[in-house]
Design a protein around this ligand. Sequence first.
Ligand code: SAM
Ligand code: SF4
Length: 332
Amino acid sequence: MRLSLTDKCNLRCTYCMPAEGLEWLSKQAVMTAGEIVRIVGIGVGQLGVRELRLTGGEPLVRHDLVDIISALRSNHPDLPISMTTNGVGLAKKAAALKAAGLTRINVSLDSLHEETFTQLTRRPFLDQVLAGVDAAWAAGLGPVKLNAVLMRGINDAEAPSLLDWALGRGYELRFIEQMPLDADHGWTRRNMITAAEIRQLLSADFVLSADPRARDGAPAERFEVRRRTARSDGGSGPVLGTVGIIASVTEPFCSDCRRTRITAEGKIMSCLFSREEFDLLGLLRTGASDEALAQRWQDAMWLKPKAHGMDHVGLDAPDFVQPDRSMSAIGG
Ligand code: SAM
Ligand code: SF4
């Protein structure tokens, strides 16, 4: 289960938000801590949710984040609870998040160069993010995973050095294909960096081989990484770590997808690309029982699309309609 805590964010990543930001939801429209705890309880208790990821927008901008995690942890002692964050302000909060019961963390990091980072996120916060990643690891929120989106001509050439940096610190880097979920609707199939290109970019320095562990419905295809010692020998060094590639567009994994999503205003989305949403929070606020809420959630999930329809062979996919919501407004 992916649950968005807020639609607000303090970065403006070009592949997600417009420069001027979006019109934020009113405080009234967003789920309260108590409503979040109840909804998660129904998911876990009645619908078989086995893992929770908190996301946004930027979850760290929610002032009651630590309280929410504490409450979830006390109700669900064994539930893996992870969080995806941009890492801004994480250094100060990592220890408290761990103490509250957060299991592990994913931090988005697209570049190690100040200028490129600022160009991509439209904010000069690279140092804060790097400090946040290290603080998360030091607080015991590992394994720390890093998410990177590659943009052509901006940070694509950085792919091998990002991987080198992550491997050197024991972090697991995952490259995510850019999806058509930007508020500016600037995504083009022609311009996105595909998983095949990512493997090619990495192959200059590294040899990737399939990770023998079962993928088990995970979005990332994992590879073991060895350093390429000489072009001809295929690379014979020791395994340095793993890298993941999330090829949502060109190599989709829809048939194995078990995710359910709740947006910050309590709407059920059965897929990132759903054009249909089901209002769980509105029903909850009418005084509905847990059973009625579970039933609505289940009904919504039965309508999970078979596939998102983006993985067309040609460069233009005429029947793919970009959803109205951007990634930050869904909860990626
Ligand atoms: N603000 C947090 C962050 O950036 O980690 C959490 C929310 S963000 C929407 C979750 C993830 O979605 C991030 O790793 C981000 O890079 C990714 N993302 C956002 N827009 C995307 C897009 N158009 N295509 C692919 N990934 C995207
Ligand atoms: Fe904010 Fe995350 Fe979207 Fe970047 S990707 S604008 S950090 S929500």
